[in-house]
Design a protein around this ligand. Structure first.
Ligand code: UTP
Length: 289
């Protein structure tokens, strides 16, 4: 059973400078909720209650967010504003939060390896909070109300894990001229499905001419714990960083990585365009409710 969710949140978020100079990217709000809270809610919806967060210098606001603020509680107690804290209070009540710092930002693979001390020897989920995912049907698409009981992306992935018992990566098709922003997979459909692939190859941020397909890995993973030993042996790859894609490729060579084309939508909130798109989407949805 998967119980723990790792949140690598140590990156510098340079695309959002100067906003991210003293504020963690993961604390930027879409409407009134910071990105990382959406991620924690997705993990809870998938039945995970142990959050392991990789932070770095300048990221203390994340710890404060998932803690009680006695002064604030005292100030708004009994007022009309008290319900605004209901959601975060409920999350804090249901989950434990543990933190460790990545001392040098040597890439996502290195951040995940830093999390070994919090995860131990068990399979675990990974959420990159700057990929904001939702499986509510878009109210903008056909004027229908959002379907709010649809399964979240991580929930869907856990079902896939339960069947295949190996590492799972979430994928979506991207325009061919965008492949240089992602890890890209090649794979063979399994069990006559159209959304589940056994991964045969992976390339980190390929130019379109070198990309095996347009199926890009997004910021949701389920990893088996042997990934830590593999990461320890990985040499820095593209950009001098230790890439999770390189470690996953080692598992894929043994047939132990499944790619899952999830149902729902993803917003790349690490980019300004994606962030604005997410804000518009959630705003439209909130006023239609
Ligand atoms: P990004 O590639 O989005 O990098 O990392 P970034 O540094 O946060 O953002 P930009 O490109 O400078 O704007 C993907 C995820 O991996 C985490 C980030 O926090 C983000 O959630 N990460 C990346 C780490 O935790 N440590 C690292 O060394 C690198």
């Amino acid at each position: 059973m998967i119980k723990k969710c790792l949140f690598p949140a140590a990156g510098y978020g340079t695309r959002f400078l100067p906003a991210t100079k003293a504020t963690p990217k993961e604390m930027l709000p879409v409407l009134t909720k910071p990105l990382i809270q959406y991620g924690v809610e997705e993990a809870v919806e998938a039945g995970l209650h142990t959050m392991a967060i990789i932070t770095g210098r300048g990221k203390r606001a994340i710890e404060d967010h998932f803690d009680i603020s006695y002064e604030l509680e005292h100030q708004i107690k009994g007022t009309s504003k008290e319900p605004l804290l209901d959601e975060i209070r409920s999350l804090i009540g249901q989950c434990t939060f543990s933190y460790t710092r990545q001392l040098e930002m040597k890439g996502l693979g290195h951040a995940i390896l830093t999390g070994e001390t919090l995860i131990g020897n068990e399979p675990f989920a990974v959420i990159l909070a700057d990929d904001l995912c939702t499986n509510d049907h878009s109210p903008m698409a056909n004027n229908e109300l959002p379907i709010t009981d649809a399964k979240g992306i991580l929930s869907q992935m856990i079902e896939v894990y339960e069947k295949y018992q190996c590492s799972i990566v979430a994928i979506e098709e991207v325009p061919m001229d965008q492949t240089h922003k992602y890890g890209v997979i090649a794979g063979k459909p399994v069990d006559n499905t159209t959304d589940i692939f056994r991964v045969t190859d992976m390339v980190e941020k390929p130019e379109p001419k070198d990309a095996p397909t347009n199926m890009a890995i997004i910021g949701r993973y389920i990893l088996t714990p042997d990934i830590f030993d593999i990461l320890r042996g990985i040499q820095p790859g593209k950009g001098g960083e230790i890439q999770i894609t390189d470690a996953l490729l080692e598992q894929a060579k043994q047939g132990k990585v499944i790619a899952y084309k999830f149902k729902g939508q993803r917003f790349d909130c690490g980019s300004v365009d994606g962030f604005v798109e997410a804000t518009n989407y959630f705003y439209t949805r909130s006023v239609q409710k």
